[in-house]
Write a protein that binds this ligand. Structure first.
Ligand SMILES: CC(C)(COP(=O)(O)OP(=O)(O)OC[C@H]1O[C@@H](n2cnc3c(N)ncnc32)[C@H](O)[C@@H]1OP(=O)(O)O)[C@@H](O)C(=O)NCCC(=O)NCCS
Length: 173
């Protein structure tokens, strides 16, 4: 059974092992999501501990997709912005374990994240993704508008510069 949940900081700390597995699998699968190969659980743990702290401080909304009780996907929204942009959120780290892809989990995660973002008062969301990645093809299907490409913005996890495509989505009030 599939379940989409918004996690508290305590929940996130209880799910660290699963969250690490998902991130490690995505980075080793070639996703450009901030990290370089080789990438293992020891690298992912401090990252997720930081996310849990950010959930605790109210700066991040963390969603997970569970199958049979195991976290296999996740997405975050950064909601703490500068005083002149309280209505904006930053969507980040949409990750689905390779073993769970193609089942609609990314769509369910995005829908849950967008609903919650609207509920907490966000009216525009922004994200960026590696140009040419699987993810780039998905966002327009979910109603996101493509803004454009910044060349050489980041690196692929195995090395080499990659361009980055920016998207935004307006949320209904
Ligand atoms: C991008 C990613 C999250 C998609 O997860 P997923 O659960 O397999 O996606 P879904 O099954 O929910 O598919 C969502 C939509 O995109 C489409 N889609 C899925 N994979 C696709 C692909 N490789 N190319 C084109 N479209 C694709 C689906 O058909 C679906 O569209 P529909 O609902 O209109 O039919 C997953 O591939 C992933 O984790 N990639 C590595 C991490 C990454 O790059 N994250 C993005 C960071 S910005």
């Amino acid at each position: 059974m599939t379940d989409i949940r918004l996690l508290s900081a305590v929940d996130a700390r209880n799910r660290l092992s699963d969250l690490c597995d998902v991130l490690v699998d995505c980075v080793n699968g070639g996703a450009s999501v901030g990290f370089m190969q080789p990438y293992g659980v020891a690298d992912a743990l401090p990252y997720w501990r930081g996310v849990a702290d950010s959930v605790e401080s109210g700066a991040t909304l963390l969603f997970v997709a569970l199958i049979e009780g195991r976290v296999v996907g996740t997405v975050q929204i950064g909601i703490a912005q500068m005083p002149n942009q309280p209505h904006r959120g930053d969507l980040k780290k949409l990750l689905v374990h390779r073993s769970a892809r193609g089942k609609g989990l990314a769509r369910l995660l995005m829908e849950a994240a967008e609903r919650e973002a609207a509920r907490v008062g966000k009216s525009v969301l922004v994200l960026d993704t590696a140009t040419g990645s699987d993810a780039e093809a998905i966002y327009p299907r979910l109603g996101w508008q493509r803004v454009g490409v910044v060349p050489d913005y980041a690196m692929w996890p195995e090395g080499g510069l990659c361009d980055t495509t920016f998207f935004y989505k307006r949320l209904a009030a």
